[in-house]
Design a protein around this ligand. Sequence first.
Ligand code: UDP
Ligand code: MG
Length: 329
Amino acid sequence: MTPVYSFVIPIYNEEQSIPEIYRRLNLMSESLNDDVEIILVDDGSCDRSLELMRDLQRKDPRLGYISFARNFGHQIAVTAGLRFTQGDAVIVMDADLQDPPELIPRMIEKWREGYGVVYAQRTRRLREGRVKRALAYVFYRILRLLTDVDIPSDTGDFCLMDRRVVNILNTLPERGRYLRGLRAWTGFRQTAVTFERDPRFGGDVKYTFRKSLSLALDGIISFSRVPLRIASYLGLLAALFALIMIVLVVYWRILRQPGPLVGFTIITAAIFFFGAVQLLCLGILGEYLGRVYEEVKGRPIYTLKEVAGVPIPARDVRSARESTDSWVH
Ligand code: UDP
Ligand code: MG
């Protein structure tokens, strides 16, 4: 029998949180009156996470897991998890209990009203660093400014998606996956439920500053071509600036004695300025080109080393056969 609700939980070194998230999810799902499945995605953990997942899977037939051969990152872990789901509604949540399972009944209510995507919007982030909060705030505003897709502010990946939305996400071929953008891009009716974000239950934050920055860049670049246009505008602006300078220098030369504009400082400043503009534009181009390169290579976006308790979707069956005996069913 296919489940009505699927929970997808990406896990990277969360041995401290796994028992607790499982307990709270179980408690919550008792109130749901419908079948659920829990899909844990091990994103190449190097602590006891996978062992804990194996134990849970042996005890609970509703729970399945997939395990990556190495760490591929949160967005890829969620992407993989979505491909293994079967439920009519899919709920994506973090393992660290910053996304409280108790919010899910409210999300389900909205889904029953006919929304395709119900995302959780944070009203307050408890005890997360001030710098992180400020950066997140600025980032979401810039993202909204730059993109045509209506990506809601202050939402993470915690959400409920209808099967139709998940099916669309599963057919998207791209490697660069900024899921909260793609989710909005599908265009189905979306709504928010608000919550206060608790601090992490245990363990350290897995999203390092570098990972967060890279996620932010992915978000902007995969949803906007405005930065490329900014490069052109900068070029135009610099050209205009140069033109004005030429006119001024000629004017000073012909009509007046050599004045303040002809000198060492102005030349050095100009060299630095144009050097900077060029490097910046090259950098912007590079960001896009690098992503094109990634897409063109066409490598699989993750490698699986173990799967248990969930049917393997058609697209992953081949790699399943090839990695032979490490497969558990
Ligand atoms: N995560 C993952 N792979 C990674 C980093 C994080 O699967 O490379 C998982 C992690 O285990 C957690 C979720 O993604 O379940 C969110 O990570 P974290 O709590 O560190 O980030 P934040 O709360 O700052 O968004
Ligand atoms: Mg967290």
